[in-house]
Design a binder for this molecule. Structure first.
Ligand SMILES: [Zn+2]
Length: 91
């Protein structure tokens, strides 16, 4: 697998893992910080400026960037990958 593909694959895989976590009845789901009762569960979105995964609420403008560690891609690995590709990163 090419480097570019492996980095993108890693990010997609993590998004998929987060979605899996959200659907897992045995795990505590990640919920909206404004209204955890009535709003839908948070969904992962990739911030293309810094390649970080952000959790967003589909029902309001709530954003959560502190994604649980085990659900995050390896930040350093991604940073190196994007640098190697010449993709500018805003941090
Ligand atoms: Zn919300």
């Amino acid at each position: 697998m090419k480097f570019k593909e492996s980095v993108l694959y890693e990010l997609l895989k993590k998004c998929k893992e987060i979605n899996g976590h959200q659907k897992n009845p045995y795990a505590h789901p990640l919920t909206c910080g404004n209204n955890s009762q009535d709003h839908a569960l948070l969904v992962p979105m990739l911030n293309t400026q810094n390649f970080e995964i952000v959790l967003i609420c589909p029902d309001c403008d709530y954003k959560q960037t502190n994604v649980p560690r085990h659900l995050m891609p390896d930040r350093e690995e991604c940073r190196k990958g994007f640098e190697k590709l010449g993709i500018p990163i805003k941090v």
